[in-house]
Every structure is written in structure tokens, then in C-alpha cells.
Write a protein that binds this ligand. Structure first.
Ligand SMILES: [Mg+2]
Ligand SMILES: [Zn+2]
Length: 182
């Protein structure tokens, strides 16, 4: 099977500024400069772009799933306004102690994405800022990419001997992905 023209993105620290206090409202969702334009560039080049995000704030009782839906509607609208499109937004709402099978680095969300889009994530770029993103990418055979935004700079420093692609931000990662096209 040809490699899917697809890019998977973590949300917090990749598309929008992260917060140690969680993103609990639409007002707290602020895009990282260049990230919406990067998604638009990928969209224009024929890539589908999907978001896979851990949102344990729901399970912790910090915000409701309804609010999370509003935040994701706002994110999708902001992406559209920039000229891009999101093929899907997949989230784990569970508390870290819940033992679910969808909180990254677990893979249930990624497997659902594969089924929904009818593609394999083998070698598909998966851009994240945490080890849980790298772990999830590894577990499905995707191509782990780190950005230094969010907690990514610290994550990159802690990688040890593991060799992984690291970019300053999503804009730089998208440029690199797009430059590989034949
Ligand atoms: Mg993140
Ligand atoms: Zn979950």
C-alpha cells in the first residue's frame, strides 16, 4: 500500500500554546504562531491532517466534554479560516488512572483514525511534543517527529540516544514534510 498522504498532529504544544493548567475554555485556546498556516499548507498540498490529543482535563473534572467540543469547533474554524482543513479530531477524555486504551501512548485513537480514513499509519508523520506522542507513533509504526514548542524542547533533551527528527515548531516540521514530496 502506498504511504498515506496524511499527517497526524498532537494538539496542545503543537497547534496551540500549552498550559500547565490545562486548556479549559475556548478563550484559553491560542494557536502557536504559524501553526494554522502550516496546516493550511499541508491541506493545499493534498495531505489530510488529523489531530490526536489526550484531554484528561475532562476525566479530572476540569471541563466538560461539551466544552471540549466547543474548543475543537473553534480550532477547526480557525484552521478553515487559514485555508486548511482537519480530517478528524480524536481525543482521550479519560483520567490517567482510568486504565483506558486510548490515552497516548496507547493506540486506540490511532487505530480508530486508521479505520475511519481507511489508511495505515505506517511511516505517517506524527508530530508531537511529548514522549507519549513518540511512544504512540512508535507503537503503530508511524514516523515520530518532535517540535520544540510546548514541552517539546525538554522532551528532545531527554531523548538520550534515541535519534528522532526535531523541529522548532509545526511550521518548520510542515516545511520539511512538504519538501520531501516528489
Ligand atoms: Mg502536547
Ligand atoms: Zn482514553
Amino acid at each position: 500500500m502506498a504511504r498515506a498522504r496524511l499527517v497526524v498532529l498532537d494538539r496542545d504544544g503543537v497547534i496551540n500554546e500549552d498550559s500547565g493548567e490545562f486548556i479549559k475554555s475556548v478563550a484559553e485556546w491560542r494557536p502557536i504562531p504559524g501553526s494554522l498556516e502550516a496546516i493550511a499548507a499541508l491541506t493545499r498540498a493534498g495531505y489530510r491532517v488529523a489531530v490526536v490529543t489526550n484531554q484528561s482535563g475532562v476525566g479530572r473534572g476540569l471541563f466538560s466534554e461539551e466544552i471540549l467540543g466547543l474548543i475543537h469547533a473553534q480550532m477547526s474554524a480557525a484552521v478553515r479560516d487559514a485555508g486548511g482543513q482537519l480530517a478528524g479530531v480524536y481525543y482521550c477524555p479519560h483520567h490517567p488512572d482510568a486504565g483506558c486504551d486510548c490515552r497516548k501512548p496507547k493506540t486506540a485513537l490511532l487505530r480508530r483514525l486508521e479505520r475511519d480514513l481507511g489508511v495505515s499509519l505506517e511511516d505517517v508523520p506524527f508530530v508531537g511534543d511529548r514522549l507519549s506522542d513518540v511512544g504512540a507513533a512508535d507503537a503503530v509504526g508511524a514516523r515520530a517527529i518532535l517540535v520544540r514548542t510546548g514541552t517539546g524542547a525538554a522532551t528532545a533533551r531527554g531523548l538520550g540516544a534515541r535519534s528522532i527528527e526535531v523541529f522548532d515548531d509545526l511550521a518548520a516540521a510542515a516545511r520539511a514534510i512538504l519538501a520531501e514530496r516528489p
